[in-house]
Design a protein around this ligand. Structure first.
Ligand SMILES: [Zn+2]
Length: 405
């Protein structure tokens, strides 16, 4: 059965579901849907309207002839980030070498999709019938926020508190760890406004770029020391990510650097900031302290004028470590690998936010094969023994969560 699982994972990797822009989603949804149908699932394809050139197609299957409750849902995203440079193998060749499956999306996270499909199939082939419902979904766009993927399934009620008891997202957080949730994200844009003047007489203008530099140094001086005193009780890995952070994602001001230049004082500068916040930090405070820094600059300097705009907010989520899903998954991993898995949280977000915030399902974790730091790298690979171990742990957890009949 390992050979079958690997063959299927190779087929998944060989479809370049690159996002952006969202290539070949239809073909991948079809492959996944056909495999689910072969494994006796009732399959639905869920199309999201408004994407004419690059259709957004999600696939969801429910194992036939099962009781409606309790219900366990396995989810994996099948979009992958662009291959990028630096590969020594074909990123979409589905190459297996030295016990590893190579390719863009092997670790993140097509191996996870194959593992959960074959975990449940192993139970079925053993003649064991679970006493609950099993669902599996393959969704799109996780790498770009998941809005046409898991968010859509949650909004449409496919994954919701009323029908779904447990959700396991098969992201690569390492085969020997169970991930309970993730930190929050607040993206915002600040524009500083200046006054244009001839570049030979800058004293006649106000440089928006200079004002942005004032703001950035105020962040360093006033915000960073405060952030470095805060720590979360969430078991975020790596531990350095247990503190809040802020990153300047982009900055542009004055004339485009790639274009022909004329001497001008820049009258506008824009920068986009990525603030990662802790479950202990209320979002109003996170926003408020940025606003306070801008306002204090404006109070001290009559030439400091700015605009601020929220771009995206993702709230932190955390499943209770004592919940049935976490204790059962941990027990299953221990029984397969011989050691208790550390319970961790992720510094970055993934689709768990949509399951919990939109679907209101309170027991959701990430568990899957694949090594986190290989995700999005050249020569990304997933070890086949990790796929097998993850599938075994998923099979045990499914039987224990749902019971057998
Ligand atoms: Zn992923």
């Amino acid at each position: 059965m390992t050979a079958e699982m690997v063959a299927f994972a190779r087929q998944l990797v060989a479809i370049p579901t690159v996002n952006p822009p969202g290539d070949n989603y239809q073909a991948c949804a079809e492959l996944l849907g056909n495999q689910l149908a072969k494994f006796d699932y009732e399959v639905a394809h869920v199309n999201v309207e408004g994407f004419a050139d690059y259709p957004r197609v999600n696939v969801i299957g429910e194992l036939r002839n099962s009781p409606a409750h309790p219900r366990l849902h396995f989810n994996g995203h099948f979009d992958v980030v662009p291959a990028g440079d630096g590969w020594t193998v074909d990123p979409f060749g589905g190459i297996v070498r030295d016990g590893k499956l190579f390719g863009r999306g092997s670790t993140d996270q097509k191996a996870g999709i194959a593992a959960s499909l074959f975990a449940v199939e192993a139970i079925r082939r053993a003649g064991v019938r679970v006493a609950g419902a099993v669902e599996q979904s393959g969704t799109v766009d996780e790498e770009s926020g998941g809005f046409a993927g898991m968010a859509y399934l949650a909004e449409q009620g496919y994954v919701s508190r009323d029908r779904t008891d447990f959700v396991i997202i098969t992201e690569p957080l390492n085969v020997d760890r169970v991930c309970l949730g993730h930190r929050g994200v607040y993206w915002f844009e600040v524009a500083t406004l200046g006054r244009v003047a001839h570049g030979s007489m800058p004293f006649l203008g106000i440089s928006a770029i200079g004002k942005m530099a004032d703001f950035i140094s105020a962040l360093e001086r006033e915000l960073q020391p405060v952030l470095s005193t805060r720590a979360t009780s969430m078991p975020v890995e790596p531990p350095a990510a247990r503190r809040p952070s802020i990153n300047i994602n982009s900055i542009s001001g004055g004339q485009p650097a790639s274009g022909f230049q004329t001497p001008c004082v820049a009258d506008r500068c824009e920068a986009i900031f990525d603030r990662r916040f802790l479950i202990e930090e209320p979002i109003q405070e996170v926003r408020g302290e940025i606003r306070a820094i801008l306002d204090s600059l404006a109070a001290r300097d009559p030439d400091f004028r700015y605009e601020m705009k929220d771009l995206m907010t993702v709230h932190p989520v955390l499943t209770d470590a004592k919940s049935r899903l976490v204790t059962t998954m941990s027990g299953a991993v221990r029984d397969v690998l011989g050691a208790d898995p550390p319970l961790i949280a992720s510094p970055g977000t993934y689709d768990q936010k949509h399951v919990m915030r939109l679907g209101h399902v309170d027991q959701c974790i990430a568990y899957g094969p694949g090594i986190l730091h290989l995700a999005h790298q050249p020569d990304e690979y997933c070890r086949i023994d990790h796929m097998v171990d993850a599938a075994k742990a998923m099979a045990l957890a499914a039987m224990r969560l749902l019971g057998t009949r």
